[in-house]
Ligand binder design. Structure first.
Ligand code: 13P
Length: 257
């Protein structure tokens, strides 16, 4: 476990148009050119329309930076206006997808059942889901956090049987922390990460937990607070929103991890 590479997932959300996305990708690539990050995996999630070109920019730079989508639909290609099939993602070299982000659960009323179908459809194409779980502020006050998070994971993975080449990333991202500048204490985040890992240890094989699972934390991570979270070895990586939108700030985060 200790030698697992750390992971950074940059979620650009719907913040950047296509031209700015390309600028940012080029700036990140330029800023990392002389930097070797052997034990670090980076996934950048631009909007759908920029996935392909951002991918090309990183490929040209020879940096080992992957792209991820911010959502996916569960049906096979067909008459589903506005939706994107995991088959299309795979075709353009996209091997990761964020599923069940709290913003989609809130604004688009995504249910655990929809999230479950998305997970299955992504896995069927060997696209690794980045499954977001986490509580609201009310749920934290009510003290139901542990139960709720495990329930979200159980529902999202209902009926899923992982084959050896399928992996999953769980992103613990409490929605009352996202974009607020507040953070949970690193100790509390580590406790939740341990809780999630214990759930997987109890229900899946040790090989799966060792080789196919990562548990990361996201919520107002920036270059100033990242170091205190990195000290918690159990956290496999970080989901970064706002602080991934400026190349120099994002590069500082990468270098701290
Ligand atoms: P912020 O870093 O802006 O809080 O967003 C985190 C997030 O939503 C990552 O998916």
């Amino acid at each position: 476990m200790a030698n697992k590479p750390k992971l950074i997932v940059a979620n650009w959300k719907m913040n950047l148009g296509h031209e700015i996305s390309k600028f940012l990708a080029n700036d990140i690539a330029a800023g990392l050119l002389d930097y070797s990050f052997n034990n670090l995996k980076i996934i950048i999630c631009p909007s759908f329309i920029s996935l392909q070109e951002v991918n090309e920019i990183f490929k040209k730079s020879k940096l080992d930076i992957n792209i991820g989508a911010q959502d996916v639909f569960w049906e096979a290609p067909g008459a589903y206006t506005g939706e994107i099939s995991p088959i299309f993602l795979k075709e353009i070299g996209c091997h990761y997808v964020i599923i069940g982000h709290s913003e989609r659960r809130f604004y688009l009323h995504e249910t655990n059942n929809m999230i479950n179908q998305k997970i299955k459809s992504a896995l069927a194409e060997e696209i690794t889901p980045i499954l977001c779980v986490g509580e609201t502020q009310e749920e934290r006050k009510e003290g139901t956090v542990d139960h709720l998070i495990i329930g979200q994971i159980k529902d999202a993975l209902e009926g899923v049987v992982f084959s050896p080449n399928q992996k999953i990333i769980i992103a613990y991202e409490p929605n009352w922390i996202i974009g607020t500048g507040q953070t949970l204490s690193p100790e509390e985040v580590a406790r939740i990460v341990r809780l999630i890992k214990k759930y997987f240890t109890d229900h899946y094989s040790s090989e799966f937990v060792e080789n196919s699972l990562m548990v990361i934390y996201g919520g107002s991570i920036n270059s100033r607070n990242i170091k205190s979270f990195v000290q918690q070895e159990v956290i496999d990586g970080f989901g970064v929103g706002g602080a991934s939108l400026k190349a120099d700030e994002f590069i500082k985060i990468i270098k701290s991890v």
